[in-house]
Design a protein around this ligand. Structure first.
Ligand code: APR
Length: 237
């Protein structure tokens, strides 16, 4: 088996009590996405954006991984000869808490800020205020949540391009396939010959691009698949 790439979205964390991005009311913690997750919103009102992430941070930090996250770790542990990369759009740390390795947070992390003056990335477990100074360059008011806002480039794109070109299997879990470039990864992986699987509650925006779509809760569907894959690959040696 060549490498495996697993792309995760907010659906994998839903059963850990975290709200998915595109919930029915279209709101996230009572805010419109345009007010808290865009470059323009941050330039317009940094205090509002910081207070949104200050509210979200403890919720995410308290969440615990579920069987979906744990099954990814099991795959990595049971198949040490296969490189299994986890490319996540989630800013929560549930893959880390589940003990997974090779995690790429392409949309950033809730526990970090970045200084827009010097680029320094710092761990921020408590609240961050808009007038705080950077501990590295000491310039005030330049700390931004290390979250990729709409209008910014996702992280690790070179690494992900390389992984997709080399993978034999691409698995997407809990993502609506609406936000690019992540929504285009399945097409890229397929182009290079990977088998493609989707584990989602509902059919997603780009369902037709997957070889197999497994509908249901990821905490139930994915562990079963992972177990079968481990048995199959171990049998093949
Ligand atoms: N198991 C599997 N899938 C689930 C579950 C579950 N228990 N619960 C929800 N889902 C699915 C939904 O059917 C939906 O298709 O997860 C998907 C979540 O979709 P979105 O809310 O659009 O989240 P996501 O795809 O992660 O969003 C991508 O959009 O705004 C940006 O940066 C933000 O990273 C986010 C990106």
């Amino acid at each position: 088996m060549k490498n495996i790439v697993i792309l995760t979205g907010s659906g994998i964390s839903a059963e850990s009590g975290l709200k998915t991005f595109r919930s029915e009311d279209g709101l996230w913690l009572n805010h419109r996405v345009e007010d808290v997750c865009t470059v323009e919103a941050f330039e317009r009102n940094p205090s509002l954006v910081h207070s949104f992430y200050n509210e979200l941070r403890p919720i995410m930090m308290k969440a615990v991984p579920n069987a979906g996250h744990q099954a990814i770790t099991m795959l990595q542990q049971e198949l040490p000869d296969v490189t299994i990369n986890v490319v996540t759009q989630n800013v929560d740390l549930l893959h880390e808490k589940a003990g997974s390795k090779n995690i790429y947070h392409i949309h950033g992390r809730i526990d970090e800020c970045v200084c827009m003056n010097c680029g320094h990335v710092l761990t921020t477990l408590g609240d961050v205020e808009s007038d705080e100074s950077c501990p590295e360059c000491h310039v005030q008011g330049m700390l931004k949540p290390n979250i990729v806002f709409f209008g910014e480039m996702p992280k690790y794109m070179d690494e992900v391009d390389k992984m997709l070109a080399e993978c034999g299997m691409f698995i997407a879990i809990g993502t609506s396939g609406v936000v690019y470039p992540a929504a285009g990864f399945v097409r890229q992986a397929k182009f290079y010959g990977a088998k493609t699987y989707l584990f989602n509650l509902d059919p997603c925006n780009n369902s037709s691009q997957f070889d197999q779509e497994i509908l249901g809760k990821a905490s139930q569907t994915f562990p079963k698949f992972a177990e079968e894959l481990i048995n199959e690959l171990k049998k093949k040696g």
